[in-house]
Ligand binder design. Structure first.
Ligand code: ACO
Length: 326
């Protein structure tokens, strides 16, 4: 019997139009007495600009637009989709899921639609879940989305975090196939590290309890990120029976160019084999990997038949990787 795989049939992405450069952000922050500079941000992170959504735009709006572009790229009609998974840490509302809201915005109903919460590695988790459901026969044509309005949870009086993140969405259509497709996936979490990267607040009794903003121990996250990304990359290659030499493109979570270059170096990959969007998007959390993937595809860098290593680390900590033939 031939094995059932999942393959990426199409990709799409969407950025809210408002682009904010480091210089513009620094000028805004200076008006509130917060000191930063384009030089500091570029040198420490590689970020030059990010996009911020307007107040009336939700993750599902960005995600729906990215989904429409992925559907068009795949030549798939919304009604053919039989599974929707949205990775987000900035859902439209507490409930229902952003996936259910997005499903309705695409004009479809009936198929399962749910969110996955693994912060910046959410899209990797969502892709692995969709892959498993397609392999099992539970789904045939899935829409997998990473969508964030991270600007909503930034404390603009905290310069150690507010310069790092942006808003956006990316999507893929994952469909059943007789050939790969996704070769292997690898997922992990360590809840012992919840406090080094979190939004510790909650909603209760009609009020926000605790702190509703991103808090991060940047250097600790940096150190763990380098370690776990190396481990998950090696693990996913081993599961697929592949080596570093088989990788055509590294599509990493776009958090910090120094972490990304460190990951590429550990895999003995030259920087030219890595898709980079962090300079223009900042860290868009769950949207970052599918945004980078779509950017690489549309720029003509990533071609059919090439082998991609997608990897990410995020709050939790959570981390993981997907190895796929595009
Ligand atoms: N502008 C100017 N100066 C700043 C800024 C800023 N925006 N932010 C911090 N500084 C200052 C600090 O106060 C400090 O000053 P001091 O030396 O006088 O105390 C100095 O710059 C150096 O600060 P560090 O924290 O040592 O800077 P570092 O080189 O570690 O860079 C950074 C900080 C960019 C946050 C880095 O640690 C990092 O990228 N960490 C990982 C983040 C990450 O990967 N997140 C991924 C997951 S995200 C998710 O899951 C939601």
């Amino acid at each position: 019997m031939t094995r059932r795989y999942s393959r990426i049939a199409g990709t799409g992405s969407f950025l809210p139009p408002r682009r904010v450069t480091n210089a513009e952000l620094a000028a805004d922050l200076a008006r509130c007495g917060i000191e930063t500079s384009d030089e500091w941000i570029v040198e420490r992170t590689g970020i030059r600009a990010r996009h911020f959504a307007d107040p009336d735009v939700a993750s599902s709006d960005l995600g729906a637009e990215a989904a429409r572009r992925a559907l068009a790229a795949a030549g798939v009609q919304p009604g053919e989709i039989d599974l929707i998974i949205v990775a987000t840490s900035t859902p439209d509302v507490v409930f229902p899921s952003t996936a259910a809201i997005l499903q309705h915005k695409l004009g479809i109903a009936g198929c399962p639609a749910f969110d996955v919460q693994a912060v910046c590695s959410g899209f990797i988790h969502a892709l692995a879940v969709a892959d498993a459901m397609i392999q099992s026969g539970a789904a045939s044509k899935s829409l997998v989305v990473g969508a964030e309005v991270f600007s909503r949870i930034l404390d603009f009086s905290d310069r150690t975090t507010c310069v790092l993140f942006g808003d956006g969405a990316g999507a893929v259509i994952l469909e059943a196939s007789g050939w790969p497709g996704i070769l292997a996936t690898d997922l992990h979490a360590d809840g012992g590290l919840v406090n080094i990267l979190c939004v510790p607040g909650n909603v209760a009794g009609g009020r926000v309890l605790g702190d509703p903003f991103v808090r991060m121990e940047g250097q600790l996250v940096f150190k763990h990120a380098i370690t776990v990304l190396g481990e998950t990359a090696r693990a996913v290659l081993a599961k697929a029976g592949k080596t570093e030499a088989d990788i055509d493109w590294l599509v990493p979570h776009q958090a910090n160019i120094r972490i990304m270059l460190g990951s590429a170096k550990k895999l003995h990959l030259p920087p030219e084999k890595m898709i980079v969007t962090v300079d223009q998007h900042g860290n868009t959390s769950a949207a970052s990997v599918p945004l980078a993937l779509d950017s690489g595809v549309r720029a003509g860098q990533i071609k059919r038949g090439q082998t991609l290593l997608l990897e990410a680390v995020g709050g939790g900590l959570t981390w993981g990787a997907v190895l796929a033939v595009f």
